[in-house]
Each structure stands twice: as C-alpha cells, then as structure tokens.
Design a protein around this ligand. Structure first.
Ligand SMILES: [Zn+2]
Length: 478
C-alpha cells in the first residue's frame, strides 16, 4: 500500500506529533487529510521493502609463532603460513530496523568465555542481543590455539600459554571492532538464498579412512548441502557471498596457518569475483571428514569444488528474501552422565600418556580439592528467519544427523549451522551416543568435560530447536 511510504515523509513535514497538529487545525478538509494520514501511520508503521547489509573483514593471522589448534599430535608451534586467516562479518538490517550479524572465522571454535565477552560487548556497544549475533568458526585445524579451550590436549609451557592468552585478548577486540565496522558500512541490498550440493564429505565413523580406496560404496549418513546467501547492492553489484558446508577442515595437519579447504574456497570465490567478500560458515560437520586428505593440493581441490558449487547456485535462479528478520536464541542445561570414580581416574592416569593422563590428573586434583564436577552445560541454540530462509544454528561439534532431522521437520531448504557461539564438545545423535567411540564418548575428555552427555540430550536439543523455530515463525512441514 502507498501509505507505507507516504506517511513517514508527511510526518516529517508536519515536524512533530500529528495528533497535536490535527487538534490545532481549523480547516475541515485539512483536518480530514491529517486524520487519514494519522490512521495510516498507526495501521502501517514505517517499513522499507529492502534489506541493508554491511560487510567487514579483518586479518587474524597471528603475528608471532603460536601453537596450532585441533590435533593433540603436534609437537611444536607454527612455522609460517599457507595463506592468511580471516574473521569476517555480514551485518544485516531488515525493513523495520531489526538487526543481526553473522561472524565467520578461520579458527577452531569460539570458547564460551570468549564468546560471552564478545557478545556482551556487542550488546553494550551496539545493543545487539545474543539472538542477533551468530559467531561461527570454520573449525580449521590450521588455526591458533585459543585460551580457555581444550587445555589438556596441548603440551604447552608457560611461555606458549602467555602468547596464546595475549592473542586471544587481541582477537576478541578485533571481532568486536569488526562487527561495528560492518554495521557502519551497511547499504541497501537484496538478499537471495538457495542450497547447492557438493560431495567431498565422508562419514568418518562409518567408513575407514585407511581402506577407503577399496570401498566402492560409501556409508552415510550425510548431508551434502551447500547453503548460499547472495548479497547484491542496489546498483546490481555482487557484494558478498555467505556459504557453508558440513565437513571438518582437516585436510591438512601441517605447521602452517591456513583456513584448510574452507580457506581455499573463500580465496577462490574472491579471486573469481573481485571486490566481493566470501564468508564461510561451518555446518553439522561433527562426524564428516574430507577424504582422502593430507596434501595441500587436496585442500585446494576441495576448496575449488565448494567454490564451484557456490558459483552454480549464484548462476541459477535463487529465492529472493523479503526484508523481514526474526531471531530467537536460548541456552538449555544439557545434563552430563555420572562422573568417573576416583579408582577409574587413577587407572586412566596410570595407563595413559598425553592428554588422557593430563585430563585424569586435573580431574583427580579437582576431586581432592572437593571441587564438584560439572553436571550440566548451558548449550546455545538459535534460529533466524531471514525473510523466508530459516537458519538453524547450534553450538558445539554437531553431527550430521541433527541437520538431516531438522530438514525432515522443516523442509530441505533450511540452512543448518554448527560450531556457533560456543564450541564445548561434540554433540552426538542418539545413535552415536549409544555407540560411543570418539564423537559419542572419548572426545569429551579432549574437551576437558568430566563425562559423556546423558542419554536425554538429543531429545532435549530437538525439543528446544522446535520451540525456537516456532518463536522465529519458521513453519513446520512434518
Ligand atoms: Zn572437530
């Protein structure tokens, strides 16, 4: 309706409260006109039909040699780089001024303490709530170790630890400044979305890496979707591409900084589309590996495959998203199962070396000091309805089954994001929790947690994400 655009302009001309103006006007026709304007402005608040978006990037490659994150097997700090590491922000504002920001980053994961501080600073500086901020990490295993995360798995001395703490504080400031910069640069845009597909992810629990070449059929479950958001300016210029995939960036295990395949994919897209910012977000990659792996050429190959999948989506018709944004967020206390006994800890400590020994020693020390073991963890979940594009975001190393199940309930077009806002451990499905293994059991020690998740956890997550979807206005299909 025309009144949408007319009313704010005329209200500006009147220079104040239209009610007051109506009362003081004596001319009948004029009063009538003002009443019409007043009514239309009450019924239809000022609303623009367009999105605004801003992007900003910051190079986060450490300036000094630092320990690399992700593998317990590394024996020394970094030694140069393959390419730079980046943090990037896509700031969005809908037609009513509702805001949200997606932050992507070439790091292993945002630990809770850091994520909480970043989000509280963004709240006081920009008024953003947790629902409006999505902090995603690509989970590259060729990025820096951060403070407050996976402390037991790296054999760090005090000097290395001090460098890590210093870098983590610096990174935190960079992310806060990055989001501010992205919002300052926002301009009118159109947003479109669509899922593409590429198939280099391999379910690492149900296929053996060592004998993969002999395998003629790969076992799932998988979700090969490549979610893409296209940002185009009012003049029709491609401005930014946010895209995702669910696969561990573990092609490489070198000592050089890189974003792994995800870093190569972003470089490839930015090379192909000069001036465009490409942002990678990680999906439900908990049990998905890029296989085969371990060479730079393979990392580049997968990067190109992913970039090609994104390009195909950009070339074909995409869904244009109406400029309406809804966001929902919550943290629920996920229960952990019973902690190990003192006898069990003593056994683990005496029978193991490396991180298992360090974990058991730390746990026993806590026990001796009478420190209670953690019994629950505040787990973050989030749903955005970006126009009519639902985005489901989860903390932790979410396994693929959650993406598959969400798509069963909410349709195949939804986007699923993992490794968001806090990476505290693996988030196994009911099946994986029952089976155990790395993602279901032993990874909890890698993350320094006292025990496995309780059997009720997958059900609690499904229930809460359904509630958030409803809150954000995402329709259920099943
Ligand atoms: Zn992982």
């Amino acid at each position: 309706m025309k009144a949408i655009t007319i009313s704010p302009q005329i209200m500006t001309v009147s220079g104040g409260n239209p009610l007051k103006t109506v009362r003081h006007r004596s001319h009948k026709r004029s009063s009538y006109l003002w009443i019409v304007i007043l009514l239309s402005s009450i019924a239809l608040p000022a609303r623009s039909q367009t999105w605004k978006a801003g992007v900003a990037t910051v190079r986060i490659t450490p300036g000094e040699s630092l320990w690399l994150a992700g593998y317990a097997s590394r024996t020394h700090a970094s030694d140069g780089k393959l390419h730079d590491l980046w943090a990037k922000a896509l700031a969005l504002e809908d037609g009513t001024g509702q805001k949200a920001v997606l932050v992507t980053s070439d790091i292993l994961g945002f630990p809770k303490a850091m994520s909480d501080r970043i989000r509280s600073r963004l709240n006081s500086q920009l008024g953003l709530s947790k629902a409006q901020i999505m902090l995603n990490s690509s989970h590259t295993h060729s990025g820096p170790v951060l403070a407050y995360a996976l402390q037991d798995i790296y054999p760090l001395d005090a000097g290395e630890q001090a460098k890590i703490d210093r870098y983590a504080r610096w990174l935190e400031d960079q992310i806060v400044a990055l989001v501010g910069a992205a919002f300052r640069q926002r301009e009118p845009v159109t947003l479109s979305a669509q899922n593409g597909v590429t198939r280099f992810q391999v379910n690492r629990r149900n296929n053996q890496e060592a004998t993969l070449r002999q395998q003629t059929e790969l076992r799932g479950p998988n979700d090969y979707a490549v979610p893409v958001i296209k940002v185009v300016t009012a003049t029709g210029k491609l401005k930014a591409i946010a895209f995702g995939y669910a696969c561990h960036p573990t092609v490489l295990d070198l000592y050089q900084w890189s974003g792994d395949y995800a870093g190569f994919a972003q470089l490839e897209l930015e090379k192909e589309h000069p001036g465009v910012t490409a942002l990678f977000f990680q999906g439900a990659a908990g049990d998905q590996n890029p296989l085969p792996r371990r060479t730079v050429s393979l990392a580049r190959q997968y990067g190109r495959e992913l970039a090609a999948a994104v390009d195909r989506v950009l070339d074909e018709p995409m869904r244009t998203l109406p400029a309406q944004l809804r966001t929902a967020y919550s943290e629920i206390d996920l229960p952990l199962s019973a902690p190990p006994t003192e006898a069990e800890l003593t056994k683990i400590e005496s029978e193991n070396e490396g991180y298992l020994k360090r974990w058991a020693t730390r746990m026993r020390a806590d026990q001796k000091q009478g420190k209670p073991f953690m019994t629950h963890y505040p787990y973050p979940m989030q749903v955005w309805q970006l126009g009519n594009q639902p985005i489901f975001s989860f903390g932790g190393e979410l396994v693929i089954q959650y993406a598959i199940d969400c798509k069963k309930r909410f349709g195949p077009d939804i986007f699923v994001v993992g490794y968001a806002n806090d990476v505290m451990g693996y988030i196994p499905s009911a099946t994986i929790l029952q089976e155990g293994g790395y993602e279901g059991a032993s990874s909890q020690m890698v993350y320094g947690l006292p025990s496995r998740w309780a059997p009720s956890v997958p059900g609690l997550i499904d229930q809460e994400i359904n509630r958030l979807a409803e809150q954000a206005g995402v329709p259920r299909q099943n």
